[in-house]
Design a protein around this ligand. Sequence first.
Ligand code: ADP
Ligand code: MG
Length: 251
Amino acid sequence: MALVEIRNVCKFYHLGGEEIRALDGITLDIEAGEFLSIIGPSGSGKSTLMHILGCLDTPTQGSYQLDGVLIHEASTRQLAAIRNQKIGFVFQFFNLLPKLNVLQNVELPMIYSNVGGRDRRERAMAALKLVDLENRSKHRPSQLSGGQQQRVAIARALVNQPKIVFADEPTGNLDSNTGAAILDLFRRLSTEGRTIALVTHDPSIASITPRRIEIRDGKVSNEVDPRLAGLSPKFGHLTAGQGIPPAAGEA
Ligand code: ADP
Ligand code: MG
């Protein structure tokens, strides 16, 4: 069984008598340890898909199984627990709490899962060490650069040791050098065995992941998967672009 299994997932919105098919029949498996990107132009359905995969939203139709749990049948309360324990999120605008310091921001997911104070601090410091920010634990977010704030958000996403991390346009608010450093960090975290899905409209960002799923008009329009090409099954350990044909539309 794959870590993520979605089958024929649809999300429809109704606005002023018009039906908007944000997702229109997506079927997808993600195995533990994969490093993949979900790519498509603005409005193609990427964020909607990530919200469903991240249990922030539920599909109109279709089924979703995450780590053996039928998500489409879970209650709101169960979904909150699953999000907290199995999923890490990284967003374009970091979403750190401005009044908390760096350490407290990273501790937050563990407060929701009732980890004791001392354990919390130790684990938060370990997560900050992973992103090379142990020396900024007492700073407020506003005292950090954009790249540092995003690294704090990544530490927060990792602190409960989630099964999968979703990053929605994680470099969208950073200059290109800082963005490249953040992508390098994701690559390193992937080689250490974590499961990471990057959501992006930018083919040059998607090109760093071995597997790429292209979404257009709420459907999978193209997929680059090293497994289907008979390449190494250790997808997380391929380097960028190695042996992988470019995705359609990618120069
Ligand atoms: P992307 O992240 O690829 O830019 P989205 O998933 O945000 O795309 O949106 C996909 C489509 O669904 C777009 O046409 C968008 O306008 C529509 N959409 C998204 N959220 C809503 C909503 N809450 N109500 C109505 N339409 C929505
Ligand atoms: Mg989006």
